[in-house]
Design a protein around this ligand. Structure first.
Ligand code: ANZ
Ligand code: ZN
Length: 871
């Protein structure tokens, strides 16, 4: 038996063995097995995989392999999110066709993924730029159109006046076009929208059912949907000569503050502002100034408040004879509510900033509950005169006629009732969520399958003429959309009247492509978008894994698409992902040379001088400074290429390190020392499993009578198996890894003296190998074979721990800090109180809960609970 494990020969060997047996092919029909669908967010084919991919896909792979061993019929597919701008940029910069660039990248990355040894059913692979995929997406779009989920309306885009092209938000840098550097303008274009707002309430309510999603992600989605309850109120406008009956419709969440109104304001893009600007140059200049500052929510939040007095006034809905000036103000967004507000400076900070700047009245109408009489009077007077911080808390309505004395909630209610009675307003619910504009003026995307005819209007491409494929012969030498200037592509006959008509030249936002791919994986060769029976069988995805950066858009769009597909009759569920896990990032130290330029880790040699870490340039020997630990990124050059690691140590070492170092939801720091540690463990593991096999009982021998020592190892093996199983089940991979180390130590320290010992050692080794198989699958196969097994580990069921061996000397106790449960601890049943105490205090969650406070007392109730009192 070779004493060194050589991944360079072993890994390809086992990958070949798995492929030959089609070990990871999903069984189409296996009624006897429960299904399990595990999916990692599919990659963008940027060119090479990075360490973040390795981490993400390894986690999914552990789950897939574990579930398979547990008897599930597992679906674990892979594909490519292949449309998008980088391919067009490559075309512009390097002159390579987007299609060529993309498929070449896919080919390279597929090989890299295969080298990691992922248990993927490659027969289901597709790229979103395959006509077989995007053609089905076009069919799906037409179904959504039929189902009433698509509209066409005007919306603003970023327009580069020099390049004459629409820019995506990420192409606008500091208000300028990324290539031309010209100030970006707003343009109104007619675009296609998916009516996600129809599902706003349902998407919100559905979040409550997602109990296997991180709380944080659910909260982010909730905020994004942004439900606000309030009222719409009409303020009659005075001073518009040509429209004496005009009224300004505003949206407010605080109708209880109407008596504190001191002005009204409309967005620079409100029709009223636009109308007034038509013959007012000063206002035009003001609007341009607002646009220059940007129209994103962030930009508006942080910008200095600016207003333009229109000279018009609005009549107060409740107070006879009271009028309010109407401003155009930069902090009012056209895209929210009605694009117009009434302002109550006393109870809204933006309104207050504005009022103080322009000398408008501040009228407090909600007062703190504890103030009465003279104290209240002086608080009110002080507030009106000098407050610079709005009072936004609950309180009692004052200065508010029929509302006086009511708390905020009751006053809102009463105000809405009154508005409705007077027929000048009504209670409404407003959502921050906007309909999803899916038109992009780009080449490398899925063509929107419609045709424009001057006579017949806008018509869907007949389904039997799908897919509408992208033309290959396009040029990128001038800005703008190549589809639009292609000499022939857009010229087609109208499907209704047969006269010359034009194809839509916009393509879909690439988020559309990724909003239903998980459903397509259930039946990747189906004629329609999905095979309904297959989709029903496989969905929802049991475990989805990906980065937190997709917490909002991708996941929300996918949840919407699932509902939309349900409405169009393709699916029968609302929530696509039953379980969601967001993994942390892969970080690395950063290095710079004397000129401050980033230096890649591969160019750096690290050393230790007098206990201090120093770094030198590998070639020049020049000193390099060691900087902070940051997310691996090209811009800081602190990346490590997975292929280099695999060449050096093998895929298993990379997989093991990715899983071992920190909890999967946290960031992990890649270090050479850590990778070497993982490498040493693979060698130790191999020696442990392969040396002295002849002295073990033969595989499959019945259990002899066990003496005390053998029984102890037997028990340790079953306990390790039970907790590793639990840990993998709950995605606590780093804890499973720690348990495998423990088991390996127990086996190393065990000397088999007799048959009982030889049997127990074999059992423990086999458990160790089987439990490691999801994480280091190649090494595990090699060891399994060394242990005398003919079959593949990927075909071997997960072992079952004997419950009788688990109820022994270890107990799990809850750990509380000041009465609140923070964590739990597994300790020997007869552990000394001091040991339990020390272990409890060392728990990370406990440390965090204590947060620098002084521990006053630790109460240990043996076998039950540890309570820590700290203050
Ligand atoms: C009067 C008022 C008084 C308001 C008060 C707040 C406090 P959320 O909670 O985010 O929904 N608003 C309405 N439409 C707006 C727009 N298009 N652009 C900027 N601000 C807008 O916020 C709703 C509140 O934001 C609304 O309630 C409105 O100001 C403002 F003491 O109306 B409020
Ligand atoms: Zn026609």
């Amino acid at each position: 038996m070779s004493s060194r494990y050589n991944p360079r020969t072993s890994e390809p060997k086992w990958q070949k063995a798995w492929a030959e047996k089609a070990a990871f092919r999903t069984e189409a029909d296996s009624a006897d097995k429960p299904k399990y669908y595990v999916l990692e967010m599919f990659p963008y084919p940027s060119g090479r995989i990075h360490m973040g991919h390795v981490r993400n896909y390894t986690m999914g792979d552990v789950i897939a392999r574990y579930r398979r061993a547990r008897g599930f019929n597992v679906l674990h597919p892979m594909g490519w999110d292949a449309f998008g701008m980088p391919a067009e940029n490559a075309a512009i910069e390097k002159g390579v066709h987007p299609k060529e660039w993309t498929y070449a990248n896919i080919a390279a990355m597929r090989e890299q993924l295969k080298a990691i040894g992922l248990a993927i059913d490659w027969e289901r692979e597709f790229a979103t730029c395959d006509p077989e995929y995007y053609g089905r997406q076009q069919a799906l779009f037409l179904d959504l159109l039929d189902a009433g989920l698509v509209t066409r309306k005007k919306s603003t885009v970023n327009w580069d006046p020099v390049d004459n092209t629409v820019l995506a938000n990420e192409q606008v840098i500091d208000g300028r076009g990324w290539r031309s550097g010209a100030p970006v303008e707003r343009r109104e274009l007619v675009q296609w929208f998916l009516t996600i707002t129809d599902f706003a309430e349902d998407l919100l309510a559905g979040l409550e059912t997602l109990d296997r999603w991180p709380e944080k992600v659910r909260l982010m989605q909730k905020n994004w949907i942004g439900k606000s309850e309030g009222a719409r109120v009409f303020f009659p406008i005075e001073g518009l000569a040509d429209a004496p009956d005009e009224a300004l419709e505003i949206f407010t969440t605080r109708p209880d503050t109407l008596y504190g109104a001191s002005f009204c304001a409309v967005s620079p893009h409100h029709p009223l502002a636009q109308k007034l600007a038509a013959d007012n140059e000063e206002l035009q200049a003001f609007i341009r100034e607002c646009d220059r500052l940007g129209t994103s929510e962030e930009a508006i939040e942080t910008a200095e408040k600016m207003g333009f007095d229109t000279g018009l006034t609005a009549r107060h809905p409740f107070i006879e004879g009271r009028t309010l000036p109407v401003y155009v103000a930069n902090f009012v967004l056209m895209e929210y509510g009605t694009g117009a507000i009434f302002a109550c400076p006393a109870h809204d900070q933006r309104d207050l900033d504005f009022a103080r700047k322009y000398g408008l009245p501040v009228i407090p109408v909600v007062a703190p509950k504890d103030k009465t009489g003279a104290e209240l009077e002086s608080w009110l007077a002080d507030f009106a005169a000098k407050a610079d911080e709005a009072f936004t808390g609950d309180g009692v309505a004052v200065n508010s006629d029929f509302l006086n004395g009511l708390d905020v909630a009751a006053a809102k209610h009463a105000a809405i009732e009154k508005l409705e009675g007077l027929k000048i307003g009504e209670g409404t619910v407003n959502y921050r969520l906007r309909d999803w504009g899916v038109s992009r003026q780009r080449y490398w995307g899925c063509p929107i399958p419609v045709i424009h005819c001057d006579e017949c209007g806008t018509l869907p491409v007949p389904k039997d003429r799908l897919p509408v494929t992208l033309p290959d012969d396009v040029t990128f030498d001038v800005p703008g959309n190549p589809l639009d200037r292609h000499p022939t592509w857009k010229h087609v006959d109208c499907p209704a009247c047969g006269k010359p008509a034009r194809r839509e030249t916009d393509t879909f936002d690439t988020f559309v492509d990724s909003s239903w791919y998980f459903a397509r994986f259930t039946s990747p060769h189906a004629d329609g978008p999905v095979d309904k029976a297959a989709a029903e069988h496989w969905l929802p995805v049991d475990q989805y894994i990906g980065g937190i950066e997709h917490a909002i858009l991708h996941l929300l769009y996918s949840r919407f698409f699932t509902r939309a597909m349900q409405k169009a009759g393709h699916l029968d569920l609302a929530e696509p992902f039953a379980g969601l896990f967001t993994q942390g990032m892969v970080n690395h130290e950063t290095y710079r040379d004397a000129d401050g330029k980033w230096v890649a880790p591969s160019e750096v040699v690290l050393d230790n001088v007098d206990g201090k870490r120093i770094a030198k340039h590998a070639e020049t020997g020049a000193p390099v400074s060691i900087g902070s630990v940051e997310k691996m990124s090209k811009s800081k050059k602190n990346t490590v290429d997975p292929t280099d690691i695999i060449d050096q140590y093998g895929a298993d070492t990379a997989r093991w390190f990715m899983l071992s170092d920190s909890p999967p939801e946290r960031d992990v720091q890649w270090t050479d020392a850590g990778a070497e540690g993982a490498w040493r463990f693979t060698q130790r593991f191999w020696r442990l499993a392969s040396e002295g096999v002849d002295e073990l009982c033969p595989a499959g021998s019945p259990m002899p009578d066990l003496d005390d020592e053998a029984l102890a190892l037997h028990r340790a093996a079953h306990q390790a198996l039970a907790s590793i199983t639990e840990d993998i089940e709950h995605l606590r991979f780093n804890r499973a890894v720690a348990r495998i180390y423990e088991l390996a130590n127990a086996i190393s320290g065990f000397k088999a003296q007799n048959d009982a010992g030889k049997w127990a050692r074999r059992e423990a080794l086999e458990f160790m190998v089987l439990c490691t198989a999801p994480m280091m699958p190649h090494l595990a196969e090699e060891c399994w074979s060394a242990l005398g097994h003919d079959g593949l580990i990927v075909e071997t069921p997960w072992p079952v721990a004997d419950p009788a061996l688990l109820v022994d000397d270890r107990v799990t106790v809850a750990v509380q800090v000041n009465g609140k449960r923070r964590d739990e601890l597994t300790v020997a049943r007869d552990a000394a109180k001091e040991d339990v105490e020390r272990a409890a205090l060392a728990l990370e969650k406990v440390e965090r809960a204590i947060d620098g406070k002084t521990v006053r007392k630790v109460i240990v109730v043996p076998g039950k609970i540890v309570n820590i009192v700290a203050n």
